[in-house]
Design a protein around this ligand. Structure first.
Ligand code: SF4
Length: 323
């Protein structure tokens, strides 16, 4: 009973409280809200339809909902919580990077990459990062905070809206700098490789993935999503047990402990041999191909011996290596 009461307090903010991020909500949670508001449960599906399929940025646009309900939704939830503070487009017109401001003033980076028929969004999962890889600017910030699930989902919504506006000729000056192939109508792939260690924000990550994957959500196939980790072994083992077929990538960068301790400091806690054990367990449990990331840094990890160490570490694994 107490749990239910607590849940309701969390799900139904009072009007005097700041609106919550809509994108954190699951459909069953919104259905419970509708129930509490004495609305038919199907209203929740209608709201999700407007939000995820029509990409509405205002509850007022949800024309098949009663006006009072739209107003109540707008008091309780917000569909726009991220604000583009700075936007950059690459010279080849295929990459669009946005610095997105969060409601508390912190900022994250999210990137849209257009390549052939793919529109891939590189999603951030934390503000800053606790792992502290010396070659990474985010790592130097330390961990500021986890993103909530809504802040993760909304990065994808931001670019989904942009692509829709672009095709409608309403993407403004920014749109004129980008070339979107006709076959790309929406975001096609996600990589959780932006700021932060996604598996250190595990529950929010999966809540977001499930909203992005659900048919009533964005409907993006799990196999079109890749989560990248620096090597949090217990979380890799947990990841392998999740029912959704989301891909996993490991940022390896070095396959000997001495070097990897320096490049990816989490290696001191879970050294290469333990990481490879978890990787083999993941492949055995899922029968999915694992990706290894190897950022080549001149004079650090680009010698032939490093490649031989890599080959020995991943021998017989169902995997590929992105250099
Ligand atoms: S885990 Fe990723 S985000 Fe974190 S410091 Fe290392 S490279 Fe940067």
């Amino acid at each position: 009973m107490c749990a239910v009461v607590n849940q309701e307090i969390k799900l139904i903010p009072r009007a005097s409280v700041e609106p919550q991020n809509f994108w954190s909500l699951t459909l069953p949670e919104l259905e419970r809200v509708m129930d509490t508001w004495r609305q038919p449960t199907y209203r929740a599906k209608q709201v999700f339809q407007w939000a995820y399929k029509e990409l509405a940025d205002d509850f007022a646009q949800m024309s098949n909902l009663p006006r009072e309900l739209r107003e109540r939704l707008a008091e309780a939830y917000s569909l726009v919580n991220l604000r583009a503070e700075r936007e950059l487009v690459s010279n080849d017109r295929q990459t669009y990077k946005a610095l997105l401001a969060l409601p508390d003033g912190q900022t994250i980076e999210t990137v849209l990459m257009l390549y052939e028929a793919r529109a891939t969004v590189c999603v951030s999962s934390q503000v800053g990062c606790a792992i502290g890889c010396p070659f990474c600017a985010t790592g130097q910030m330390g961990l500021q905070r986890n993103l909530n699930a809504g802040e993760i989902v909304e990065q994808v919504i931001h670019f989904s809206r942009f692509l829709r506006c672009w095709h409608e000729g309403q993407a403004g000056e920014l749109g004129s700098k980008i070339s979107v192939p006709a076959e790309i109508q929406s975001v096609t792939n996600l990589v959780f490789m932006g700021m932060g260690e996604p598996l250190a924000n595990y529950n929010n990550l999966w809540r977001a993935i499930r909203n992005l994957n659900a048919a009533h959500g964005l409907g993006m196939g799990a196999r079109r999503m890749t989560v990248s980790t620096s090597g949090l072994v217990p979380r890799i083992e947990q990841f392998a047990r999740e029912p959704e077929e989301v891909n996993l990538a490991i940022s390896l960068h070095a396959a000997n402990d001495e070097l990897r301790n320096l490049m990816v400091p989490i290696n001191k806690k879970w050294p290469v041999a333990r990481l490879m054990e978890a990787a083999r367990g993941y492949i055995a449990a899922t029968n999915r191909r694992l990706s290894y990331e190897w950022a080549l840094i001149q004079g650090v990890n680009d010698a032939p011996e490093r490649a031989e160490e890599l080959a020995a570490a991943i021998k017989s694994q169902l995997c590929h290596v992105n250099v």
